[in-house]
Design a protein around this ligand. Structure first.
Ligand SMILES: N[C@@H](CCC(=O)N[C@@H](CS)C(=O)NCC(=O)O)C(=O)O
Length: 218
């Protein structure tokens, strides 16, 4: 079984899950969008995106599905099952439309667009992302005032998914530290080796450099 990955947010998340679960898989750095790569990757993922989990001629794409598969294979409760599952799904679903979406909007402008030279930062999108970030961070802050992790008393995939863009906050510059309970939760997540340094020992070139001074925006 092989996980194709890059250092971008969703593939990073999948690698972190695999390493947290100590999954017995191979890792291969990939660039399906690079010239000449489509022919190899289209049959594996018609979206030409990462991560992809490939297993004896079959492939699974979408990070959440891969996390679910790896957790089941490892007989782990990291992907919650039983009575906690609806609560975990609630956070995955909410995150996609709220906290993580906000992080994605801002990171796309300040990070992805600048890394891959996709155009200038759009201040309107930054404003929209920051507005959604504040609105959703207020909800999360209340939650983390009352609990250490999103589901039950231990880390789950919901925590990893919610935090998917936070390792990129050096470029995204989201005001996480304004929310002390969220900051506390994230520092706690950073104590987990697989989260903090998922690419340790893997062959994976660094992401293209961004000159933060040149790209400073509103
Ligand atoms: N909904 C997909 C999103 C996948 C996605 O957008 N992947 C991006 C990185 S975040 C990608 O493959 N970019 C090209 C690359 O990293 O080479 C998932 O959750 O897996």
């Amino acid at each position: 079984m092989k996980l194709f990955f890059s250092r971008n947010p969703n593939p990073r998340l999948a690698v972190a899950v695999a390493r947290y679960l100590d999954a017995n898989i191979e890792f291969e750095f990939a660039s399906p969008l690079a010239p000449g790569e489509a022919e190899r990757f289209l049959p594996l993922n018609p979206n030409l995106l990462l991560p992809i989990l490939s297993d004896s001629g079959k492939s699974l794409w979408e990070t959440d599905a891969i996390a679910c598969r790896l957790s089941r294979l490892g007989r782990s409760n990291f992907w919650r099952t039983g009575d906690d599952e609806p609560e975990m799904i609630r956070w995955l679903s909410w995150s996609k439309e709220n906290f993580e979406k906000a992080c994605d909007i801002v990171h796309f402008e300040r990070g992805t667009k600048q890394r891959y030279r996709l155009g200038p930062i759009d201040p309107k999108k930054i404003e929209e992302g920051l507005r959604l970030f504040r609105r959703s961070a207020e909800i999360l802050e209340v939650e983390f005032f009352q609990r250490e992790w999103l589901v039950g008393n231990s880390v789950s995939y919901a925590d990893f998914r919610m935090a998917a863009y936070l390792p990129f906050n050096d470029v995204a510059g989201l005001p996480i530290e304004d929310y002390s309970c969220i900051a506390r939760w994230y520092h706690q997540l950073e104590q987990i080796d697989a989260w903090r340094d998922p690419f340790n020992g893997l062959d994976a070139p660094p992401l293209p450099y961004i000159d933060l001074a040149v790209h400073a925006d509103a």
